[in-house]
Design a protein around this ligand. Structure first.
Ligand code: TEU
Ligand code: CA
Length: 561
């Protein structure tokens, strides 16, 4: 799609803010909404176009906001509804769009709706959640209705309620009961809630575990065969609980709701609103969320394969080719390297900054929407926190089943606290996240002295400077933010090369992911637009075949054709 016609959500770059760890404005050691507003200029300087803010709605915070107890109010530790409106308005004033994070699959078990629903089988909310009598075995033992396991696989998906003497479905953690989206009142309430945020100018939503929303109506067993679904090992094939036809149809209904707010003004808060689904499955399945039977669904879906893959040219070439095959224009892939749930990408490559710079270059020059997690731009890494000290509830669930060593190795069910430590703005003890005499909710990473925005902002050779250069280049080159992608032949297995083109604007991106220097023969390159290593890219006239590019180990270059 050419640059002119491309809608904002196709050409933007998304930056994930994890509010509890971004910036604390009132000295309680917890990040908050005013803290985000205080740092919006960093995002403008970085060059991103959209911020996705992880949940800040009322919540008991057992899963740090992904357990909502009131979708229409702000958790007091993060601020007020006015602060949320200020965040939207201040972002828009800077030309940034804002996505909020909607957890539609489940609420907290402390949500008043669930407290009422669980209290009896006849109250007004009795069927707002997924309840079942289950089975009674000989001898009277109560058993769940089927074999469904939770998203984390290591525990059952059904929880017993003594009050109702029935089982309720909790697809993720036991204190996160699934809403019953077949109940008309649930849809009415949830769609109305969504409209209130859209009316406040939110440009769209990131949709949490959207693929788990509607399960098989007959509660039939999942296929017992283990599988790897969306990069996550599962003890059974979730054919009855994940990506069902009804869930995919819900994507179309949700699209119709956000399309009610699409004015024809292409301005933040007025133009088209976008839906970004956190969904897991094969590309063919994920594609159905974008359009099913000709009906539009979500605008974008996360593709986690890059994030879940080891660093390597061969695997990345295969993934890029598969994404191009499975999500042909006008569909768009997304590229994400890390988030608040998974290992930091720099940690994943063993702390090797050269590799991180190659990844940054690929992320920002591939066809598709790049998603950057807070701190990724300065090379933040996992900060070890023993499972025994975890705020994150996931390790507790996993630790019951797996010793820590296996836990870390087998399923990357790390203590997610490790990727949620305070954003490092300065080298100070409080890293500019909070005052130095305030104890932040999670410990600061000791590498704050070198990994901070202050230091890297003025260092042209820093990772932050590279991200700024890349995002500026991407914004100015239609080939990069709206163009096609064509994989180019390579002689070395350690090299990735592709051409991006939009009309007359063409660039070639070439990367060497090997440990040895290599030379890449390119067409008539006019010159290097950018080099990941920060050094000059040596272009030299080779033999008749045109220009050769000298590529040191773990380097990349963007060439003007
Ligand atoms: O995470 C769902 C999901 O991706 C998990 O299976 C993830 O792979 C796991 O946490 C890795 O350890 C979403 C949110 O991103 C996560 O923070 C929430 O805890 C979860 O849903 C429940 O809302
Ligand atoms: Ca605070």
């Amino acid at each position: 799609m050419s640059d002119q016609a491309a809608p904002w959500w196709q050409t933007t770059t998304i930056y994930q803010v994890y509010p509890r760890s971004f910036a604390d404005s009132n000295g309680d050691g917890i990040g908050d909404l005013p803290g985000i507003v205080d740092h919006l200029d960093h995002l403008v300087d970085l060059g991103v176009g959209t911020i996705w803010v992880s949940p800040f709605f009322a919540s008991p915070q057992r899963d740090i906001g992904y357990d909502v107890s009131d979708y229409r109010s702000v958790a007091p530790e993060y601020g007020t509804l006015d602060d949320a409106q200020t965040l939207i308005d201040e972002a828009h004033r800077r030309g940034l769009r804002v996505l909020f994070d909607l957890v539609l699959n489940h609420t907290s078990d402390e949500h008043p709706w669930f407290v009422e629903s669980r209290s009896s089988r006849t109250n007004d909310k009795a069927d707002w959640y997924v309840w079942s009598d289950g089975r009674t075995w000989p001898g009277g033992r109560k058993r769940p209705p089927n074999n469904w396991r939770s998203e984390l696989q290591l525990s059952k998906a059904w929880q017993w309620s003594e009050e109702r003497e029935q089982w309720y479905l909790a697809s993720f953690l036991s204190f996160q009961p699934d809403l019953n989206w077949r109940h008309p009142e649930v849809r009415t309430e949830m769609f109305d809630m969504i409209r209130t945020w859209l009316a406040r100018g939110v440009d769209g939503f990131r949709l949490d575990i959207f693929g788990s929303i509607m399960q098989d109506l007959q509660l039939r067993n999942n296929d017992p065969r283990p599988t790897l679904t969306g990069g996550i090992p599962r003890l059974q094939t979730p054919n009855r609980t994940l990506n069902t036809d009804e869930t995919i149809a819900l994507a179309g209904e949700l699209r119709a709701v956000v399309d009610e707010f699409t004015d024809d003004i292409d301005e933040p808060g007025k133009g088209e609103r976008a839906l970004l689904g956190e969904v897991f499955g094969s590309p063919a399945v994920l594609r159905r969320y974008l359009t099913d039977g000709g009906r539009p669904g979500l605008h974008l879906v996360f593709l986690f394969d890059f994030l879940a893959s080891r660093y390597g040219a061969k695997r990345y070439r295969e993934l890029i080719s598969s994404f191009e095959r499975e999500f042909p224009a006008p569909m768009l892939p997304t590229y994400v390297l890390e988030n608040h749930d998974r290992t930091r990408s720099l940690s994943r490559v063993g702390g090797d900054l050269a590799k991180a710079r190659v990844l940054a270059t690929l992320l920002c020059t591939l066809r598709g929407v790049p998603v950057i997690y807070q701190g990724q731009e300065i090379g933040m890494t996992n900060r070890y926190i023993p499972l025994s000290e975890a705020n994150d509830p996931v390790p507790g669930v996993v630790a019951k089943h797996l010793p820590e060593a296996a836990n870390r190795r087998l399923t990357e069910r790390l203590n997610r606290d490790e990727v949620r430590t305070p954003m490092q703005w300065t080298a100070d003890p409080g890293v500019g996240f909070c005052a130095d005499d305030v104890t932040p909710w999670l410990p600061v990473n000791e590498n704050r002295v070198t990994r901070n925005v202050d230091l890297q902002s003025t260092d042209p050779g820093s990772l932050l400077s590279l991200y700024r250069e890349l995002l500026t280049l991407r914004a100015f080159r239609p080939a990069l933010h709206a163009g096609s992608l064509r994989m180019l032949p390579v002689e070395s297995d350690a090299v990735i090369a592709y051409e991006r083109a939009d009309g007359d604007d063409k660039v070639t991106v070439v990367a060497n992911l090997g440990d040895d220097t290599t030379v890449y023969r390119t067409g008539a390159a006019k010159g290097a637009l950018l080099s990941a290593t920060g050094d000059d890219v040596e272009l030299f006239e080779g033999d008749r075949s045109g220009t050769h590019v000298h590529l040191p180990p773990h380097s990349a270059a963007v060439l003007a054709l």
